[in-house]
Write a protein that binds this ligand. Structure first.
Ligand code: CA
Ligand code: CA
Ligand code: CA
Length: 277
């Protein structure tokens, strides 16, 4: 009986070991919410949701925590962000866990906004934002004054709307999927290129600030945090066709962990068997 118990515990250990490690696949805890965009391989249909199993399989998931007071104060909303880019566009998939924290509302949008200055040592004087609604067209914004934004198309002179996206909420999460031009040159947007890093500003530096957050329309509050985003550069190797293979750059260490954990458990099982025979 004792032997059977040990075998049961060890079998459970193997199972838990595999389960724990598998749960980490394609998900990385973002240190200081530093996000590295992946170069796009699989095509995206911007419909506000994961359209098929390959659509976002080529992007790394980063866990970020949104909160009030620029991310410092509760309630905290655990969120995940996937980003990828090509030469022309940034693509975003966002998942915000709201359950037990806030009441979901179809009017709540997700905001990505960037504040910068030509001289990063001075306070920001230029701004750009994408406001992704759950229903209807997203808005491309500019001219933030600390309180209000101006729609690019209403600015003088006007820019154009260079954001596309949609979202929804289920019983646990808000989901948003969007794309924004990297550098369209309409005079009302950021001007980015593959390989650029934005959002490096920090206290007391008050320019080059990138924020992402969920706006609670009912309470007029935003759950947000600071992000540093590094855009991917085009792959150096032979150009791959759109719809490339599903890859994960962190699979190597994970496979090693699974193999090692399983081998140790199997060794223990054999040892117990031999001791009892
Ligand atoms: Ca989609
Ligand atoms: Ca624009
Ligand atoms: Ca804009």
């Amino acid at each position: 009986m004792k032997r059977m118990k040990i075998v049961k515990y060890l079998t459970l250990l193997i199972f838990v070991n595999i389960l724990l490690i598998m749960s980490q696949i394609n998900e990385i805890e973002a240190a200081n919410f530093q996000i590295e965009s992946d170069w796009i391989k699989n095509p995206i249909k911007i419909d506000g949701e994961i359209t098929n199993t390959t659509e976002w399989a080529d992007a790394t998931a980063y866990k970020i925590i949104l909160g009030l007071n620029q991310g410092k104060s509760p309630p905290y909303l655990e969120s995940w962000i996937w980003t990828k880019n090509d030469n022309d566009n940034l693509y975003l998939l966002i998942r915000v866990e709201y359950i037990f924290k806030i009441t979901p509302d179809v009017e709540d949008p997700f905001l990505v906004y960037y504040l910068w200055s030509q001289d990063p040592s001075t306070a920001w004087d230029t701004s750009d934002a994408a406001k992704i609604h759950q229903m209807g067209s997203p808005t491309d914004l500019c001219l933030y004054d600390g309180t209000d934004w101006v729609d690019d198309t209403f600015a003088t002179p006007p820019g154009t709307n260079n954001v596309n996206g949609l979202g929804y909420y289920d019983s646990i999460f808000y989901w948003f999927e969007a794309t924004k031009s990297l550098n369209l040159g309409d005079g009302r947007d950021w001007s980015l290129a593959p390989g650029d890093t934005i959002g490096l500003g920090n206290t007391p530096q008050n320019s080059d600030l990138l924020y992402m957050g969920l706006y609670d329309d009912d309470k007029n509050e935003i759950y947000e945090t600071r992000i540093t985003l590094k855009l991917a550069e085009p792959p150096q190797e032979t150009r791959q066709p759109v719809g490339g293979e599903l890859t994960n750059k962190n699979m190597g260490p994970l496979v090693a962990q699974i193999t090692l954990g399983t081998l140790i458990s199997l060794f223990a099982l054999v040892l117990v068997y031999r001791i009892n025979h």
